[in-house]
Write a protein that binds this ligand. Sequence first.
Ligand SMILES: Cc1cc2nc3c(=O)[nH]c(=O)nc-3n(C[C@H](O)[C@H](O)[C@H](O)COP(=O)(O)O)c2cc1C
Length: 341
Amino acid sequence: MFESEKPGKQGILTVHDAARLSVAPMMDWTDRHCRVFHRVLSRRALLYTEMVTAPAVIHGDRARLLGHDESEHPVALQLGGSDPKELAEATRIAAGFGYDEINLNVGCPSDRVQSGCFGAVLMQRPELVADCAAAMISESPVEVTVKCRIGVDDQIPEEVLPDFLEKVSAAGVRRFTIHARKAWLQGLSPKENRDIPPLDYPLVVRMKREFPQLDLSINGGITSLDQVQGFQAQGLDGVMLGRAAYHDPGGVLIEADRRIWGDDRRISRHDAVEAMRPYIVRHLQAGGRLHQITRHMLGLFHGQPGARGWRRVLSERAHAPDAGLDVLDAALAQVGGQAAA
Ligand SMILES: Cc1cc2nc3c(=O)[nH]c(=O)nc-3n(C[C@H](O)[C@H](O)[C@H](O)COP(=O)(O)O)c2cc1C
């Protein structure tokens, strides 16, 4: 059995199945608290960590960088790097932490990442990416996947993307997530690089036709489950949501299990807050701050009556060193109550 087809930790579904909808790796956003919250909203979507660089895993505080809550599964670790030996070492270390998938970042355009020669700049070096992937696979008990762009700078995506998929899949990678725009390595900030280079969804759809044996997920600018289903109808295996899942988690993740997997479970926004309570209590008891968790929950009531009050109370009061559940209750009062709906 292919590794990704083995049942995931929760025994609910395989990673392959979970990847029908995933929440993107987002630095500073998809930390462990965010992932626990997203998992409350969707039992099924695949959740990605923020990128962690291979040298950080090797030399840094592993428990802090790689530790996660059991409830997060299925969860994928994203690594950054371009040295096969380092990536193999980081994969070996990470394997002990029980992730369901390990992903290599070939899409991030930030300066810091470029100077270390990893992230999107690796679109120019598919052979090196293949070597990195092979090294990771040799150390990984779980599936190794790649997240990439359609090209960088003056590359011609129609030429480089198939070449990239061919070379990297020859090293054993079967699942890719493609952010359907180029990264421009000079002159754009990372944020601009997520908006300005034009999206080319049809190219990614064509790649699935050209490489039917690969699992391809599409990413970039997708904001609704209607769009997700539209891409699946076009043959893509999965869709990855980044900013939409973060800013409007109630809008996209709550409905996801029913619409994408046909699950009949449905949780309300208020239920989700209640479900977070025990986790928040444990965090506070361990000396953590309320805002470290609630900052990821600000968008929960997006578009609902009282959403602004919810955001305001949490933004203004959750930072206080002694902020506790009373602040959460005050925020809930803004959106019509504090008991589970
Ligand atoms: C705040 C932020 C941080 C990000 N950090 C990463 C990262 O660590 N690794 C990565 O591969 N992509 C990163 N991305 C890119 C996202 O994974 C995703 O590819 C991009 O936001 C496009 O998807 P979207 O339009 O659905 O947001 C980041 C995006 C944002 C907004």
